[in-house]
Every structure is written in structure tokens, then in C-alpha cells.
Design a protein around this ligand. Structure first.
Ligand code: A2P
Length: 338
């Protein structure tokens, strides 16, 4: 088993799924935020055997995941999909590691805290070895909704998402790039990862459909928001759409509150919210866009306006980097709180 000795103090950390779209961001975020790491172990599938990745200028070999991979590890970031999380979290726990899981495997388990540190950091210490990171669209939506909820008390959310291909992992990003290149070369466009061509298209399906006509991805936004905000009756109705954007998600949100909404109070609440940037000057065409939200730690909020004919309603637009606040950054922030 290989891992790298980095400094004399800090945690012994494993990143499972290190070669994936989120895994690579984990390494960047841990390095950029100087997370104290004594030893780093990178884990992936047999496909990555023999490869290495760089961390703090040091080349670290990628190990093939095995049950014993977590021996001696204090903290394991999991980002290799739900099935792998379910299969290997017990091994990590047995080895004494704390798991921060980016998959949906444990998010609705009442014994597992589901955390966005800016909102419910107080839940972190209730863990029994696993802490769940929310779905990417949920995290980005709630970063904007929570400060508004504190001000006006949230009642109902109607949203459409515009989700980048990074949400489908490195293969999703590759497929968009290949289709764009093939199109310029007048070659036939092949869809392997997405159900339909994603270049120059929008696909109104993310994950599989449920009996109620919604997709699993759409229901995550309702179910996870209810848990994180501790609002079990919150009504959330969402349409999730995959768009040909590389890595930042956007959402058009209409939120209804218990209290009448004041636009200036809403702006003030967002201006003072940690992790949120208010970009809202329509006369100068200043509003969030996914291209400029990528690689930003903050979620960008704009296009704030009162709902027509509803004094309790606010409409707005939010963009956030799916790989950062929607995944790696949030998980590292959880670890920092610990
Ligand atoms: P690998 O690159 O070796 O396939 P993404 O979401 O970008 O597709 O990344 C998924 C991550 O999960 C990758 O690092 C991938 O490793 C890892 N992974 C997928 N399946 C397994 C598996 N069976 N065992 C360990 N790691 C896996």
C-alpha cells in the first residue's frame, strides 16, 4: 500500500475516487486551503493502477481500492459513487477512519449528518463515523435560500436546474468535448455516457424516473433540503436539466416565504451571507453566469426580483461550481469544522 508522508503533523487522509472529476478537485482544495495532512493515500479502480497524481509538488501513486486500503487512515473522502461508498464505508469505519461521503448512499440515513457548514455545522458532531455531503444542486440552491429563509421563513421552492456535464463525472466532460470537436470536424456525434447528444442540446433527465414523474435527482433537492434546513414540510418542485456547460451548475428559483418579501432586505441578507456573492446589476448586464462561477468558492446570486402578484415570493438566479461548493469544497469545509 503506498501513501505519501507530507508533514510531521496533521491527519492521515485518503481520497477515494482521486482520479475522478471531484477527486482531482479534492487534491486542489486540500492543497489550496493548506489542510493539515501528515500522510495522503490516493485510491481508485484497477483502471488507474500504475498512475500517479501530484500533491504539493510531490508525485503520489494511485492505489487500487481494497478493503485494507484504510488501515492507518484518520479521514477518508469518498467520491467514487454510491455503490462503492456502501461497499467500502464499513471497511473504513472498521479501520477507525471518519468518512466524508460525496455520494447519495447515506444522505437520507437519519444517523448520518447531512451538512453544509454555513447552514448546519452544528450537526457535524452527531456523526457516528460517516458525514454526508449534499447533492451538488442542493448545496448551491441552499447557499442562496438559507440567508433568505433566515429573513422571511421559507415555505415553498419551485426551481429549474441547468446542470453542467461535470456532474456526470470526468466521462461527462469528455463526452461534451468530443462531441464539440466531432461536430466541427463534421464527424458523427456519438453519445455513450448521456442518453442523448449533449453538445448543442439540453436533456431534461438526470438520473432515473420515479413513479411520481420526477427524477431521483429532482427528489434529492426536496428531500435533502428538508433535512439540511430542518423543514420537514418544505414543498420543493424541481425540473433538473443537463446543459452543455463544463463545470458550474445554475438554478432559476422561485421561492415563497411565510413573511412578505422586501427586495432590499433580501439583498442585505445575501450580501452578508458567507460563501455567497451577490452579482445583481441588471442595467449593466451584471448577473451570475456559469462560465464565471467556475473555480469560485462562492455561489453567485443575482436577477433578484419580487414575484409578479405574490408579495411573499422572490425569484432569482444562482450559479455555483459543481465540483467545489457542490462537492469537494463542501466536504473539505466539513473536515475543517471537525
Ligand atoms: P478510475 O479513474 O480508476 O476509474 P468520475 O465521477 O469523474 O467518473 O470519477 C469516479 C472516480 O471513482 C474515479 O476516480 C474512479 O477511478 C473511481 N472509481 C470508480 N469505480 C471504482 C471502483 N470500482 N473502485 C475504486 N474506485 C472506483
Amino acid at each position: 500500500m503506498s501513501s505519501s508522508q507530507l508533514s510531521s503533523s496533521g491527519k492521515r487522509v485518503a481520497v477515494l475516487g482521486a482520479t475522478g472529476a471531484v477527486g482531482i478537485e479534492f487534491l486542489k482544495v486540500l492543497e489550496r486551503r493548506s489542510f493539515p495532512i501528515k500522510e495522503l493515500r490516493l485510491l481508485a479502480s484497477p483502471r488507474s493502477a500504475g498512475t500517479s497524481l501530484f500533491f504539493q509538488g510531490e508525485k503520489i501513486p494511485v492505489d487500487v481500492l481494497r478493503r485494507e486500503s484504510f488501515r492507518g487512515i484518520d479521514l477518508a473522502f469518498f467520491s467514487a459513487g454510491g455503490e462503492i461508498s456502501k461497499q467500502f464505508a464499513p471497511a473504513a469505519l472498521d479501520a477507525g477512519a471518519l468518512v466524508i461521503d460525496n455520494s447519495s448512499a447515506f444522505r437520507m440515513d437519519p444517523t448520518v449528518p447531512l451538512v453544509i457548514p454555513e447552514i448546519n455545522a452544528h450537526q457535524i458532531n452527531n456523526h457516528r463515523g460517516i458525514i454526508a455531503n449534499p447533492n451538488c444542486s442542493t448545496a448551491i440552491a441552499l447557499m442562496a435560500l438559507y440567508p433568505l429563509h433566515q429573513q422571511f421563513q421559507l415555505r415553498r421552492v419551485i426551481a429549474s436546474t441547468y446542470q453542467a456535464v461535470s456532474g456526470a463525472g470526468a466521462m461527462g466532460m469528455e463526452e461534451l468535448e468530443t462531441q464539440i470537436l466531432d461536430s466541427t470536424e463534421k464527424r458523427p456525434l456519438i453519445s455513450k455516457h448521456f442518453k442523448h447528444q449533449i453538445a448543442f442540446n439540453l436533456i431534461p433527465q438526470i438520473d432515473s424516473f420515479l413513479e411520481n414523474g420526477y427524477t431521483r435527482e429532482e427528489m434529492k433537492l426536496q428531500n435533502e433540503s428538508r433535512r439540511i434546513l430542518n423543514l420537514p414540510d418544505l414543498q420543493v418542485s424541481v425540473t433538473c436539466v443537463r446543459v452543455p456547460v463544463y463545470r458550474a451548475h445554475s438554478l432559476a428559483i422561485h421561492a415563497s416565504f411565510q413573511q412578505p418579501v422586501s427586495l432590499s432586505k433580501a439583498q442585505d441578507a445575501l450580501l452578508s451571507a458567507p460563501g455567497v456573492d451577490l452579482l445583481d446589476n441588471p442595467s449593466e448586464s451584471l448577473y451570475p453566469m456559469p462560465l464565471y462561477a467556475q473555480e469560485s468558492d462562492c455561489c453567485h446570486v443575482g436577477r433578484l426580483r419580487l414575484e409578479q402578484g405574490n408579495p411573499y415570493g422572490l425569484a432569482f438566479w444562482v450559479c455555483g461550481d459543481q465540483l467545489l461548493k457542490g462537492a469537494a469544497l463542501n466536504a473539505v469545509q466539513i473536515a475543517e469544522c471537525l
